[in-house]
Design a protein around this ligand. Structure first.
Ligand SMILES: Nc1ncnc2c1ncn2[C@@H]1O[C@H](COP(=O)(O)OP(=O)(O)OP(=O)(O)O)[C@@H](O)[C@H]1O
Ligand SMILES: [Mg+2]
Length: 340
């Protein structure tokens, strides 16, 4: 019998998103920002995939394609086995599916109309998509407020009358209001106070369990992402460089970039003393003209000549594990160590 955890809700195949760059006196396309450049992964039903990487590597772009805010330049997105590009012409079917795919933003202000109070913000989409009727909408909204831990008295208040953490709770309530199956959480705690961050992360974890949600959780650092994720994908300049079980990646990162990301997490002096920390040098390159070969080679402490010539593909790290990494140099060393 198939285990629930082995059925993917979302499958992405070779997704590319290129944004044209205009220049010249008479504006014309002078190049492309390759924000996402050939990315494939699956997210199992009821699980969370964490997506990490430096600013500009393409995380939000992937999120936007997944919830249908933009269309990929190339590649396929399957939701419950259904090819989203194939049904995008059927407006009614697409509208129904769009309600199942929601997004929570880093800055909830951007998704909350400042001129409307909370009741209107939540009621409008619920009525429009026939989730609630005029008779039941208030009851349903109160239930949502209970779920996200906001007092029922906030209904008549406007977005600016809340703290950052409370506003993010409203952002989560808004995403939940359409009974989604899948939510992209795009750095939902990055703008919040550290103590509030933990509350929101716990809320997301609890809601996921309670409602059986599937999540893509986007973040910069491995710390928060590791806490909420079943699996993690590490991105560098539009490509996934390592993907696998969150615990494995956090404990034994394989790709040099993942190691550098972990080394960048501040640790107390005592724990740091005997540890060699390899912090990243330089900036993440340009998505318009990414380095030839492995995109990370010019910042990589382990790079050899071959890294500037060949684009590495994802390879299994160990036979028994589902983890994959795109670094033939480290993987060859690992194999040698295992046989030697
Ligand atoms: N609409 C757009 N038009 C042109 N370029 C874009 C557009 N959206 C994103 N980009 C570019 O695509 C690349 C990836 O952007 P994206 O926002 O996905 O990065 P990110 O990983 O989410 O970064 P951050 O962590 O800062 O949020 C960047 O170089 C960005 O400038
Ligand atoms: Mg982003």
């Amino acid at each position: 019998m198939l285990d629930e955890n082995t059925i993917p809700l979302i499958t992405v195949e070779n997704m590319k998103k290129y944004y044209p760059v205009k220049g010249g006196v008479i504006p014309h396309t002078t190049g492309y920002v390759k924000a996402v450049d050939g990315v494939s992964f699956s997210i199992m039903k009821g699980q969370t995939l964490g997506l990490v990487g430096e600013s500009g590597c393409g995380k939000s772009t992937i999120g936007r394609q997944l919830v249908g805010l933009e269309k990929p330049t190339e590649g396929k997105i399957y939701y419950n086995g259904c090819d989203l590009s194939a049904i995008s012409r059927n407006k009614e079917q697409m509208r129904q599916i769009r309600t199942k795919l929601q997004m929570v933003f880093q800055d909830p202000y951007s998704s909350l109309n400042p001129r409307k109070h909370i009741y209107e913000i939540l009621a409008q989409p619920m009525l429009y998509h026939h989730i609630s009727s005029k008779e039941t909408v208030e009851r349903d909204i109160l239930r949502l407020l209970d779920m996200v831990g906001l007092p029922r008295t906030v209904l008549g208040r406007y977005p600016h009358e809340f703290s950052g953490g409370q506003r993010q709770r409203i952002g989560i309530a808004k995403a939940l209001s359409l009974n989604p199956e899948f939510i992209v959480c795009d750095e939902p705690v990055s703008a919040l106070d550290v103590s509030i961050q933990a509350q929101i992360l716990n809320l997301l974890k609890d809601l996921q369990k309670e409602l059986g949600l599937t999540l893509l959780f986007v973040g910069h650092g491995l710390g928060a992402v590791h806490y909420v994720s079943d699996r993690i994908a590490v991105m560098y300049l539009g490509k996934i460089v390592e993907i696998g079980e969150a615990k494995e990646i956090f404990r034994h990162p394989v790709h040099p970039y993942t190691r550098a990301l972990l080394d960048a997490v501040p640790v107390p002096d005592t724990a740091q003393k005997n540890q060699e920390r390899k912090l990243l040098k330089g900036e993440i390159g340009s998505s318009m003209e990414p380095p030839e070969g492995c995109r990370f080679h010019n910042r990589c402490p382990y790079a050899v000549e071959q890294c500037a010539l060949e684009v590495p593909g994802l390879q299994r790290v160990e036979e028994k594990s589902t983890r994959q990494a795109a670094c033939p140099v480290v993987l060859a060393d690992k194999k040698e160590a295992a046989h030697g």
